[in-house]
Design a protein around this ligand. Structure first.
Ligand code: MG
Length: 420
């Protein structure tokens, strides 16, 4: 027996002619060319960096490290192949909201040719309705990856526009502050500099994986020891493994890290290895285990929670389904007493996190090529991205939306699939 109701009447937004404000235009952009995107500091794709940058051209274990020819640089296998996407929604009163993700031309195609039909003419308040229609309509080819990244950028653009329309920061639309400022930890090649810059901890990439054998394992441990010695005994130190390890390798790594007080080991296994994560969580008690950077939607995060895969979830707000989905993920995780410390995401993460008590700390990637100074996470994409100072990020009380302005003057953007 099931509950069967008749269809709900269609939601009919007031039209612009009736004095209602509706979404009139949806536009999806990429950078005009690859070099410009790299010179602009990567935009929404933190891996779109010039040669020599620590995040692409240093030893960082990754899923392709098993192939020797792709080991030296992550750009050699195309970690930056997709590039940024910038989505604008324009309201009938002229206000514009901006959301971003990765996915390049392919994501632009999804936004303009498919998703825009659920957005144009809609009341920007109806974020749940728009999200649900986009989700259901892409189910036959989406569910994870690029389709959800496209939806994320669109959803964030709508939240930004809604903030402008209401004259409020997004965090005030979501529920207001639970803390005055966000403590921030650094992801960096230089934990010593991160400590000097005032960050509340430092996470560095693991250089070697199983394909580097016992010598690689020994070098990994030497690096952990080096950074522990450099930052002193109590400074929080974390290790990012970027989906590169196996269950037995992680067990040995955790065991050999025991003397060095590692706060957490991150994303050790490929994202679909839910059973492997669950197995590690049962075995490893000397450090916390975290993951979720490459997981999508509440259904994906439910898998991690139900299987007890980790101690902390790390969704990327610009990838996991946008703000509409991220707040559901936080709510779901809170029922399991699992904190959420999002991956990167800058302002999109800060506006979410400041609202929820179960989001204790933000990540900031130190994106200067030598990890020696704080620069904007999104490069030149925005004119006014708030940056951490002395280990904290504060948000403006009165800047509407996400509080950032697209840097139209310095960027050359193109719209590969214009639909209006
Ligand atoms: Mg990571």
């Amino acid at each position: 027996m099931s509950l069967i109701f008749g269809p709900h009447p269609k939601v009919e937004p007031k039209t612009a002619d009736d004095g209602g404000v509706v979404i009139q235009h949806v536009r999806a952009f990429v950078f005009d060319d690859n070099d410009q995107e790299k010179k602009s500091g990567g935009g929404a794709d933190c891996h779109k960096q010039a040669k020599g940058h620590w995040i692409v051209d240093s030893d960082i274990a990754n899923p392709m490290s098993v192939y020797e020819q792709y080991r030296a640089s992550r750009t050699s296998w195309g970690i930056d192949a997709m590039g940024s996407i910038i989505v604008e929604v324009q309201l009938s009163n002229g206000m514009v909201g901006v959301g971003i993700s990765i996915g390049g031309d392919a994501a632009c195609y999804i936004v303009e040719k498919h998703l825009s039909r659920f957005v144009k003419g809609q009341d920007p308040s109806n974020v749940e309705l728009i999200w649900d229609q986009c989700w259901r309509a892409t189910m036959n080819y989406g569910r994870k990856g690029i389709a959800v990244q496209a939806l994320s950028a669109l959803d964030l653009a709508i939240w930004d526009a809604l903030g402008h329309l209401r004259g409020l920061p997004v965090y005030k639309l979501l529920g207001g502050k639970t803390k005055e400022r966000m403590p921030v930890y650094a992801t960096t090649a230089r934990p010593d500099y991160a400590k000097e810059m005032g960050f509340h901890g430092a996470k560095f990439p693991l250089p070697y994986g199983p394909a580097n054998g016992q010598e690689g394992m020994r070098k990994n441990i030497e690096l952990v020891k080096k950074w522990r010695d450099a930052v002193g005994p109590d400074y929080p130190l974390m290790i990012d493994c970027y989906m590169s390890l196996t269950v037995p390798y992680t067990i040995e790594l955790a065991r050999r890290c025991e003397p060095y007080n590692v706060k957490w080991i991150e994303e050790m296994l490929p994202p679909d290895e839910y059973q492997g994560y669950a197995q590690l969580k049962k075995i490893i008690t000397s450090t916390m285990l975290t993951t979720g950077e490459h997981e999508y939607t509440r259904w994906g995060f439910r898998q991690l929670l139900e299987n007890k895969c980790c101690d902390v979830l790390q969704p990327d707000i610009t990838w996991c389904g946008g703000m509409t989905e991220a707040r559901r993920i936080v709510a779901l995780a809170s029922a399991y007493d699992i904190p959420v410390i999002p991956h990167g995401s800058s302002v999109y993460s800060y506006h979410l996190q400041i609202c929820f008590p179960s989001c204790p700390m933000a990540e900031f990637l130190v994106m200067s090529p030598r990890a020696d100074k704080i620069v904007s996470y999104f490069g030149k994409l925005f004119k006014d991205e708030p940056l951490p100072e002395n280990g904290y990020v504060a948000l403006s009380d009165d800047k509407p939306g996400f509080g950032v302005t697209l840097n139209r003057e310095e960027l050359s953007l193109k719209r590969p699939y214009p639909t209006d």
